[in-house]
Design a protein around this ligand. Sequence first.
Ligand code: WT7
Length: 710
Amino acid sequence: MRGQLTPGAGAAQDNRAELDDAYGCSFRIGATHSCPPIHAPPPSRMSESIESVLAEDRSFPPSPSFSEAARVKSREQYQRMWEESIHEPDVFWGRAASEIPWLKPFDEVLDWSDAPFARWFGGGQLNASHVCLDQHLETERADKVALIFEGEPTPDGKPEIRKYTYRELHREVCRFANVLKARGIGKGTRVAIYMPMIPEAAMAMLACARIGAIHSVVFGGFSASSLEDRILDGGCEAVITADGGWRRGTVLPLKPAVDEAIVKCAAQGNCPVKTVLCVKRCGNDVAWEPRRDVWLHEALESVEEECEPEPMESEDVLFLLYTSGSTGKPKGIVHTTGGYMVGAYLSTRFVFDLRDDDIYWCTADVGWITGHTYIVYGPLANGATMVMYEGAPNAPHEGRFWEICDRHKVSVFYTAPTAIRAFMKWGDSHVEKADLSSLRLLGTVGEPINPAAWIWYRDKVGGGRCPIVDTWWQTETGGIMISPLPGVSATKPGSATQPFFGVDAAIVDERGKELPDGRGGLLAIRKPWPSMLRGIWGDEERFRATYWSKWAASGKPHYYFPGDGARKDVEGNFWIMGRVDDVLNVSGHRLSTMEIESALVSHASVVEAAVVPRPDDLTGEAIVAFVIPSGSVADAQATVEELREHVGVEIGKLARPAEIRITTRLPKTRSGKIMRRLLRAIASGDDVVQDTTTLEDPTILDELRAGGKA
Ligand code: WT7
């Protein structure tokens, strides 16, 4: 019996080559982040502050005209609002919450007496699909386009485009909800959603929300065994899927993986799944179990168009979303209704400065938290028009994203640093071909962005005129926690800048004591916030241990531990330095791998770099860098010494890699995160003993092992 997933299995264990290829790209944002360290860092490694050596002093204030028109216009206004959100949360959040519609008003803003279990907006009732859809129907937004969908295929050069107004989306969601109800799905039922990026994915989420079912979206690039684990852990009684989705010109089958997952669940003797609801997207052949499987289009023929939203208590669960930690099986992060919706609504409104005529595009997949909060719940709660794209950024060509921005006149664009680095690599010509003058605001999320990519994004995509919001947050936080406000913040390449409203972020040491400005340390959140996680599904102990125990022994049991290292500069800007297990220690100096990578990537001949420690007798740990060159491997071998010196100049001699290995690829998960634990093993000359099934491309290990040492 498979009680535990293998470590690191945020984790797809996927043997299907087509899926690897299809979703094994690094452009999906919002990926699960960390991999278990191969050498668990000794406690002493964590005990001091992290040394920060990256000096970045470029600063880009918003233009006066942007600030003038923005929702938050000045630093004073931000400061006033932030102070109120921290010192009078009842006032601030009470007001924010009253901007979304409640079916029954709440009587209390926050009850933290049962910490770490927060109760926000107690006594209130609402429904997330009502907030996203019904509220707009009585306004002039009823016939505004809510969703613009673009499919991947472009037969005859013509893309498939579908648009839904709020009224149409509402109707589709009600019908979808009635299909679920007819199958006995109702309040509290868990439903897995395993879908391509098509409108029905968003509709499925909203339909669940409408009837009070708890959705658990599983990224369509995950394998049958990942799906199996999530179905079992959540006790999902239904799976909503599609026959397949389009990816780089081919069909990526999904229904077969659902069938396989269910067989695996059944083999364990307790398969909870009673219904598989399938969207016909690609027309590929699928096996059919008539008592269990239902075509959505057939079921829709016989349902009513009305479906009253189920009144949900503020703390009723809205969804589960699995994320991997540094060890153990994925955690089913629990988000509830009221606090999550208020957080999603407000952060979307202020961080993206959304207005009614914006066309907003977040390139994430709905399988990640970014897709939940900033494709579905946040934008729709604000009555925005959002774009959804099914396919790959390089299909049929490497300019597809810019073509989409141009075609739909996208004004707010939100993507991931890893995607930006790929666009850089593909060359400026693709960006230059498109008219991107509609863009007014850019965003990034998912990992620290290296300044070189940030500047490229600003200059080439944003034409030098669009503010960039570098948004730090997590699956667990539900919404953006640290980010510029575009009308206020002087942005700095590589800094997520300032805490969002209600976020009491601090840089602390192992004892929870705040460190002086400029010193790197552990990021802590010292107060509860509305969209915070409410638990790990079925595992209260792990919830307490993972997030609330770090400083408990130091008398701070209610400091939230996100697991990231960071520093704050004298102006109060936060610089995220990566996961704390991505920190290395050279001669007693604690260095962020990200900063060294950033220095390497700032060299013209480097496209991407990954830095890991290897044990060293003299210095404790030595730095090993894996580098993808912009030119040929052979040419790059000759520049290795130059690269070392470059890092020396950018950061300091102590940060110079002891070894640089030139490679054409880096080992990545399907969601695009570099698998450092593998690189650590390779750098140390160890055998790779841990699970490699989450690797996008397993053949890469041989190349890296053989890789040119210098
Ligand atoms: C981890 C959370 C939030 C949705 C996407 C990822 C890293 C995220 C940033 C950023 C530096 C970032 C952190 C965080 N991260 N955004 N702007 N700058 N690091 O969600 O899979 O839960 O991962 O991603 O390490 O802890 P996730």
